[in-house]
Design a protein around this ligand. Structure first.
Ligand code: FAD
Ligand code: UDP
Length: 377
């Protein structure tokens, strides 16, 4: 007889959502995390009353009404809409690429004028490709938006973020960015978007309400004992570590944050400002209070907290953030995946165990799917 039905390794959104549903189904769960806190990468520290996104800015957005309703039943979300601004050598442009950007870039005022200018700007790449598919991010970006936007708003930012030339990056990365011929600065196309009122920690607290948790508990430090406490394990840590790196280490990009408390109520007037030139060493500055304070409310707190983000190559011991999209890592992951599929007692899920960049909403969706498979609807 086991003490628990499920041992859940990792208290991020995947583990916490699975635990929530398992608890609802009457299962006994133990959730462990090697960090000193729960919540995985959505965890926020509170500094001078401001929720600081410790592991990078998190904006919840989804087209999936079921996931949106699920999250909102736990904690209602505010009306935050992500409208980042790009700073290129001191000139400011709205993102994503829309009529405001085209006006700022070229002075064009109508969708027709904007489309004409983009067509002019992409004529060269269009004739070079001559109907064939773009082979890399540079070709794709030139084909989508033309030379000026590529050079001022894409190239520098992308090369800093991924640490390689745009000619060596896959085309699909840039297809994620909307291109719009309307004056609309909303970065996402999804109909649902916001930040939990009271912060992400509250969402995690609600998910893990009345569930036994242990922080500062590394699965690998107590593996034998932990494997015996539960009938099944939901593992959300790195898949290569689970198998003792037997085929080698999967690679990631990581981010270093330089966070600063400032004696001003409003430093940059927006939550996100991207620095799209190559020379500025950071990719963007986040001003955390703007995720949760709007209008005059921004001035109620005389202080603010900002984080500069420096994108860098991951080394063992650093936080693994973004899986590297290349053939070596894809092949390596397939080897680990086939081992994972043979495990009877262990279920693998979440961004580290699946070596896949998941946004928060798809993470919840996947965890609910696994829970439904395991527990029945
Ligand atoms: P995680 O949150 O990483 O949780 C895994 C947990 O497992 C961690 O707490 C870890 O400590 C624990 N763990 C690992 N190994 C062990 C072990 N051996 N023993 C015990 N515990 C262990 N998504 C959005 O929707 N919008 C955004 O704006 C957004 N911004 C992002 C910005 C950055 C910089 C990053 C990296 C991600 C962003 N995401 C965003 C994605 C979001 O963070 C993920 O969707 C979500 O965190 C995935 O949850 P998870 O549970 O799979 O992983
Ligand atoms: N991007 C860019 N300039 C910007 C913002 C984004 O060139 O100001 C590119 C960059 O290559 C990035 C991609 O668009 O990787 C996708 O942007 P997104 O905001 O989805 O980035 P991520 O979620 O990867 O941080």
């Amino acid at each position: 007889m086991f003490e628990y039905d499920y041992l859940i390794v990792g208290s991020g959104l995947f583990g916490a959502t699975f635990a929530y549903r398992a608890k609802q189904a009457g299962k006994r769960c133990l959730v462990i995390d090697k960090r000193a806190h729960l919540g995985g990468n959505v965890y926020c520290e509170t500094v001078e009353g401001i929720h600081v996104h410790t592991y990078g800015a998190h904006i919840f957005h989804t087209s999936n009404k079921e996931v949106w309703d699920f999250a909102n039943r736990l904690v209602p979300f505010n009306r935050y809409t992500n409208c980042p601004v790009a700073n290129y050598k001191g000139a400011l442009y709205n993102l994503p690429f829309n009529m405001n950007t085209f006006y700022q870039m070229w002075g064009v005022r109508t969708p027709e004028e904007a489309q004409e200018e983009i067509n002019r700007q992409r004529a060269a790449i269009s004739s070079a490709l001559n109907g064939s598919q773009p082979q890399n991010l540079e070709e794709q970006a030139l084909l989508l938006v033309g030379k000026d936007i590529y050079e001022k708003l894409i190239r520098g930012y992308t090369e800093k973020q991924w640490g390689r030339p745009c000619t060596e990056l896959p085309a699909f990365i840039i297809r994620r960015l909307p291109l719009r011929f309307v004056y609309d600065n909303n970065y996402f196309n999804d109909p649902y978007q916001g930040i939990p009122i009271g912060g992400y920690n509250l969402l995690i607290e609600k998910l893990l309400d009345n569930i036994e948790t242990r922080t500062n508990c590394d699965f690998f430090a107590h593996r034998e004992e932990l494997e015996r406490v539960a009938e099944k394990i939901v593992y959300t840590g790195p898949v290569d570590q689970f198998f003792d790196y037997r085929f080698g280490s999967l690679q990631y990009r990581t981010v270093r944050f330089e966070t600063e408390l400032m004696d001003t109520p409003n430093h940059q007037g927006n939550a996100v400002i991207n620095y799209t030139d190559r020379e500025t060493p950071y990719t963007r500055i986040i001003e955390h209070k703007h995720f949760e304070s709007f209008g005059q409310a921004v001035y109620e707190n005389p202080k603010t907290v900002i984080s500069r983000e420096f994108s860098m190559e991951w080394q063992p011991g650093m936080e693994p953030y973004y899986p590297v999209n290349d053939d070596r890592n894809a092949a390596l992951y397939q080897q680990y995946k086939s081992l994972a599929e043979k495990e009877k007692k262990v279920l693998f899920g979440g961004r580290l165990a699946e070596y896949k960049y998941y946004d928060m909403a798809p993470t919840i969706e996947q965890a609910l799917r696994l829970a439904n498979e395991q527990l029945g609807k």
